[in-house]
Design a binder for this molecule. Structure first.
Ligand SMILES: *Cc1c(COP(=O)(O)O)cnc(C)c1O
Length: 371
């Protein structure tokens, strides 16, 4: 695949550090079953769907949004047991990640990450000219190298860690996060985008009361099935939130998003059975996939599984072209040779993935026939 690049004219006109950026490839294929983006593929629970519909219908469109999403902010604060001054809402978690780098990164600053992780961290670092110090995970277990992380954190302007991590699925020990917060002179963000799928009491939120350099990121895109409305939020000390508030584009969270998010948060109990089902399906899928000869599956606390299979790119293509099933190919990514990430879908979707994979792999025992 040829690497796309900007036109010569644009390479001359954009800021020098952006000259090698690749034009965005949406890689958006319509398929029957899309398990490529870790979305929640279940129907929204009826109480939530009805509350969201009513909230949207009652929202006037002629007024600018409340810049700080006051009502939503209060709901989120009450839910997480923090003060409203400790919450900032964004247009998806991605906006908050970008704003985090924009505010606290930049030339001469260093961001510590533990790849393989969410590729947006390094992308936003490059946009903001922030140096990235990569503390690679163990190639086999995919676990964080705690000693190397602590060493790097001592020199870092900022650290971003993901728990559960995308795409490896593991959660961080709270003790380790505490040590990182204590060691780092800058800010430590823990991205808990998939936190709702993890075992109880794995969140690092209890540390917010003790570490004023801790920032916890959440989103409504995953467990709450609202990837389309674009709503994320951070929890942190009030002076950190003041920075997020000061630099954000003032109307980035629109009125419909705020209304739908308030309704979803108020009805959040209705999502619990869906989350439980996804957790059970995750176990079922992990077992069934490991039983396919030649497939390796890492344990996951998210709504996705990282699997290694010979000729992963070819397997992903055949899933798409012959079965109309889309999963994410990570085999190009450092540390993830021959890895695919498969979102845990509904039981029907999962069974189709299993059947298709069993068929594709059984008919090419060593992967060689897949040429
Ligand atoms: C999905 C995701 C987010 C945020 O997604 P938004 O849709 O922008 O809220 C943040 N971090 C990780 C690791 C994710 O996978």
């Amino acid at each position: 695949m040829a690497m796309a690049q900007l036109s010569d004219r644009m390479r001359a006109l954009v800021q020098p550090h952006l000259a090698t950026i690749e034009p965005y490839d949406p890689n958006f294929t319509l398929t029957r079953i899309n398990l490529s983006a870790n979305e929640n593929t279940y129907p929204m629970p009826a109480p939530a769907r009805e509350a969201v519909a009513a909230a949207l219908a009652a929202t006037p469109l002629n007024r600018y949004p409340d810049p700080m999403s006051g009502e939503l902010r209060c709901e989120l604060a009450a839910w997480h047991g923090v003060a409203p001054e400790q919450v900032c809402v964004g247009n998806g978690g991605d906006e908050l990640l970008y704003n985090f780098l924009l505010a606290f990164g930049g030339t001469g600053r260093t961001l510590v990450t533990c790849p393989p992780d969410f590729s947006e961290y390094a992308f936003f670092a490059s946009l903001t000219q922030t140096d990235v110090v990569r503390v690679w995970r163990d190639a086999e277990t995919m676990h964080v190298d705690a000693a190397a992380l602590l060493e790097a954190a001592r020199q870092a302007s900022m650290v971003i860690l993901t728990s559960p991590n995308n795409p490896t699925g593991d959660v961080l020990e709270r003790d380790l996060v505490e040590q990182v917060c204590a060691a780092c002179p800058g800010l430590v963000m823990i991205d808990e985008a998939y936190g709702e799928f993890a075992d109880a009491d794995t969140t690092v939120e209890p540390l917010l009361a003790r570490y004023d350099n801790l920032v916890v990121l959440h989103t409504l895109s995953k467990a709450f099935g609202e990837a389309g409305i674009r709503c994320g939020y951070v929890l942190a000390a009030p002076d950190v939130i003041e920075v997020f508030a000061a630099i954000r584009q003032i109307y980035s969270v629109n009125v419909l998003t705020q209304a739908a998010a308030v309704a979803a948060v108020r009805t959040r109990a209705a999502f619990e059975p869906v989350i439980e089902t996804i957790r059970a399906e995750r176990q079922h899928m992990a077992r069934a996939l490991s039983a396919i000869p030649g497939v390796r599956v890492w344990p996951s606390q998210g709504n996705f599984l990282l699997v290694r299979v010979a000729e992963a790119s070819r397997v992903r293509e055949r899933l798409r072209d012959e079965h109309s099933i889309l999963v994410r190919d990570f085999s190009y990514a450092p540390g993830l040779a021959d890895c695919l990430r498969i979102t845990v879908g509904t039981p029907e979707e999962n069974n189709e993935v299993l059947r298709a994979l069993e068929q594709l792999i059984a008919h090419s025992p060593s992967g060689r026939e897949m040429q």
